[in-house]
Ligand binder design. Structure first.
Ligand SMILES: NC(=O)c1ccc[n+]([C@@H]2O[C@H](COP(=O)([O-])OP(=O)(O)OC[C@H]3O[C@@H](n4cnc5c(N)ncnc54)[C@H](OP(=O)(O)O)[C@@H]3O)[C@@H](O)[C@H]2O)c1
Length: 181
């Protein structure tokens, strides 16, 4: 249970509180800024979602649901009017970080953080507000959403790697608990 609390608190509550805190501060500053600054300044709030928030995420259900929460939050904020703030959301698949350490390093769906950053900047510059982060992730996401067979394969792959990540986390927690005793 504490793990689920942590995921919801960090991804849902944390995101809402930080977003509104930042927006209030920024709107206050921009109201006070000179006309020239107002004309040239536009803040960007980039949310980090996940492809797992767009499809079933067995063995990481709380995580997937918390990412779907972020996607829903952004889609509403995009329809509200904030003259000096732009919102965008990143929905990557697997990125080479601690979080994806259960995946083999040569996995075809694994991108490096640098690849994701470069590709996201390019997509943002084109004015996109929903970025896959890496071309291969965009392609896989579109195939999983639109093609029946790709959807089934994608779901199996996600289930497999979520399970591997869960086992890894359980082993890590078990070691941590025995060390504490
Ligand atoms: N890696 C992927 O495959 C992937 C795919 C899709 C989306 N994402 C998203 O990308 C974002 C960054 O993740 P990452 O891949 O860079 O993973 P990461 O290397 O494990 O980094 C996670 C970060 O979150 C912080 N964090 C963890 N629990 C926290 C808590 N309870 N309160 C505050 N901060 C906490 C960690 O802080 P400490 O360093 O202090 O532990 C760390 O800075 C996440 O939102 C993740 O969901 C990642």
């Amino acid at each position: 249970m504490p793990q689920h609390n942590e995921v919801v608190n960090t991804n849902c509550l944390g995101t809402v509180l930080i977003t509104h805190g930042v927006m209030q501060k920024y709107c206050f500053l921009i109201q006070r800024a000179s006309r020239m600054i107002k004309r040239n300044r536009r803040a960007l709030v980039l949310f980090v979602g996940s492809i797992l928030g767009t499809m079933p995420s067995p063995y990481a259900s709380t995580y997937g649901a918390s990412k779907a929460f972020i996607h829903s939050l952004v889609s509403s904020l995009l329809r509200e009017k904030y003259p000096s703030i732009k919102f965008a959301v990143l929905k990557p698949m697997y990125v080479k970080t601690r979080l994806s350490s259960a995946l083999p390093p040569e996995h075809f769906a694994l991108a490096t953080p640098e690849q994701v950053v470069e590709s996201t900047i390019r997509q943002l510059e084109k004015g996109q507000c929903c970025c896959a982060g890496y071309w291969r992730h965009g392609l896989i996401g579109a195939a999983v959403r639109n093609l029946w067979l790709a959807g089934k394969i994608g779901e199996r792959m996600v289930k497999r790697w979520n399970r591997a990540a869960e086992n890894r986390l359980n082993r890590y927690n078990a070691i941590k608990n025995t060390r504490k005793k």
